[in-house]
Write a new protein. Structure first.
Length: 316
């Protein structure tokens, strides 16, 4: 079922989760162990992130280095199918521009269609680790809006081979990313929203936000979107904090702020357990407030700590 239909049919705020594919070599059981404690909370859908290949340097016995290309977390599409099969829940694979030519994108979409997957979250992806800015693949997409157009084309039965006749029209529900604290490359919020509107006008059915820790920023973002003419559901993305290190890592990695009240409480903690308690309480407070204000879905980035999410959702 499509995410947008889950949202339209819902009587109350829904729950959804986002997971990462397991590290190569670990097997899918690691993922099931992660998901098992969360499934009793009946998520409407589960997102699975996409991780492109990385160039890394490996030291050789003679002390010199060789560059190798590794993909640490492969398998997004097949993991989605496996989760649907095991838990009978809808899945949303993330699909990115980075590392894909348009032909490879089409193949990926055809595979998702064969697997019975109804949803995709289309994203640009970040710069590869060995690059300072995002560089599209030769014959690949530069922006999420271009990738989105390819999905819409396929939904209309338009494939890259123009002479194909009587083609199957796929029927993907397309989500896109939005940034309550602005995308870090964008010169200002106004322009960022204009490009977000372009994605919606081109066919995105809903938006999922980057994580935020101050609900006021989410509400301001929703208001700004509505003023800019963006009317689709805006799903808040939520993540727990559970280490003091994250106070610096999260802003650096995701270009977001942590509120002073939260950072002060975390700094006071003497043990990891205390930090986790503060982070869990903060997430619960955010979740309760968002639910009270009628958000369509609470979308949790579970990222290796399913028990924290389970505790929060249980309280809700
Ligand atoms: P875009 O919408 O293409 O925007 C990128 C930048 O370009 C923005 O600054 C925007 O304002 C600007 N822009 C957009 N269109 C135009 C245009 N036509 N002309 C000029 N400028 C333009 N990354 C992964 O690699 N894998 C994942 O699984 C993944 N999941 C994510 C899930 C969520 C909910 C979020 C919020 C992010 C996720 N990301 C993921 C990270 C994402 O790929 C990065 O944030 C990336 O830098 C931007 O992606 P986007 O789809 O928002 O890009």
């Amino acid at each position: 079922m499509k995410v947008i239909d889950h949202i339209k049919n819902a009587k109350d705020t829904l729950i959804s989760f986002e997971i990462l594919p397991p590290l190569k070599g670990r097997g899918i059981e690691a993922l099931y162990d992660h998901l098992d404690p969360l499934m009793e909370y009946q998520p409407a859908f589960i997102n699975v992130t996409y991780h492109r290949s990385e160039h890394i340097f490996k030291k050789k016995p003679d002390g010199s280095f060789k560059q190798v290309i590794v993909r640490k977390r492969p398998g997004t599409e097949s993991i989605c199918a496996a989760i649907m099969n095991k838990y009978n829940v809808d899945t949303v694979p993330h699909l990115i521009c980075g590392g894909f030519s348009i032909n490879e994108t089409e193949d990926a979409l055809i595979n998702l269609d064969y697997l019975g997957i109804d949803n995709v979250l289309v994203l640009r992806g970040d710069a590869a680790k060995n690059e300072t800015a995002f560089i599209p693949q030769p014959d690949g997409h530069k922006y999420a809006s271009e990738l989105l157009k390819q999905v819409v084309d396929l939904n209309n039965g338009v494939y890259l081979e123009e002479d194909l006749k009587n083609t199957r029209k796929t029927d993907f529900c397309i989500g896109v990313a939005g940034y309550p604290e602005k995308h870090f490359e964008s010169p200002n919020m106004e322009l960022d929203l204009a490009y977000l509107k372009q994605k919606v006008d081109n066919g995105a059915a809903y938006i999922v936000t980057q994580m935020f820790f101050d609900n006021a920023k989410y509400y301001a973002f929703v208001n700004a979107c509505r003023s800019a003419g963006i009317q689709v559901p805006i799903v808040p993305g939520l993540k727990p904090v559970y280490t003091q290190k994250q106070l610096n890592v999260l802003p650096k990695t995701f270009h977001i702020d942590l509120p002073a009240d939260l950072s002060k409480e975390m700094m006071k903690c003497r043990t990891n357990e205390d930090v986790e308690k503060v982070g869990t309480e903060w997430l619960l407070m955010q979740s309760k407030d968002l639910k009270k204000n009628g958000v369509p879905v609470l979308h949790y980035y579970t990222l290796g700590r399913p028990e924290i999410i389970a505790n929060v959702v249980k309280e809700l």
